[in-house]
Design a binder for this molecule. Sequence first.
Ligand SMILES: Nc1ncnc2c1ncn2[C@@H]1O[C@H](COP(=O)(O)OP(=O)(O)OP(=O)(O)O)[C@@H](O)[C@H]1O
Ligand SMILES: [Mg+2]
Length: 251
Amino acid sequence: MPMSEREEFARTGIKGVDEILANKGIPRSYVVFVIGSPGSGKTTLALQFLYNGVKEYGENGVYVSLDEEPDALVKNAKAVGLDLSKMIKDDKLAIIDASPIRFLPGEVKLGDISVGKREFALISLIDAIKKNVERLGAKRLVVDPLATLILQYPDAAERRTAVLDLMQAIASTGCTTLLISELTTSSLYRKYQFEEFLAQGVLILRKILRPGGMLRIFSVEKMRGVDHDTQPHPYKIGDGGIEVYPSEIAL
Ligand SMILES: Nc1ncnc2c1ncn2[C@@H]1O[C@H](COP(=O)(O)OP(=O)(O)OP(=O)(O)O)[C@@H](O)[C@H]1O
Ligand SMILES: [Mg+2]
């Protein structure tokens, strides 16, 4: 890849994925949603993105976990052959446990001012992201999963505003970012989710039950400014994590 493209794109380093992204990767500083079914490998893909960033491209990464404990993430990564512990020790990768935002009381006092739980959760999350990105000089960022935050906003307009606020704060870090979200249907024919319209890119991971068994399907729903492949492709989870097969079409 020529030098200029290296500066413009963050390669995922995940087998098959960069090929599908016009052989380039994700445009730098994009905020991309990874939307997938339960157990489809969203977390694995996100960890691979950060692992490869450190290992192959010399870019530090921050992983903000809203659900899983950092220890569990490290252990699961190791099970697919990704050893994160040395990277963490060397301050090239940070796994931040942001799950305490789930256990906040209804109202939080900031000095004399009382703020609602979800506003405080969002402020704390943004603060943790900024501090850690700065501390590591990170170029890659993951927030997984967004549902924990989104579910606090039953009202659609408020939810959209909260996600936009988060995306704006993330954009100001300059990191190439994966935001992990849940696919809300198991059908091949699905409704678009609101976050897909806001993001600069969307990757979809699906599990579909077929007469022949369960099939895992990867597709790039959108990636602004990239002439990407739009076909659905099969993928597997195994040693090394996710591998996508760009020459096969899953239909
Ligand atoms: N060593 C392994 N070999 C093959 N497949 C594995 C291995 N480890 C995990 N998996 C598969 O990966 C899936 C979990 O991947 P991951 O946690 O990345 O999914 P996820 O989409 O983040 O799930 P969740 O919706 O629970 O957050 C497991 O359900 C399992 O099918
Ligand atoms: Mg997960």
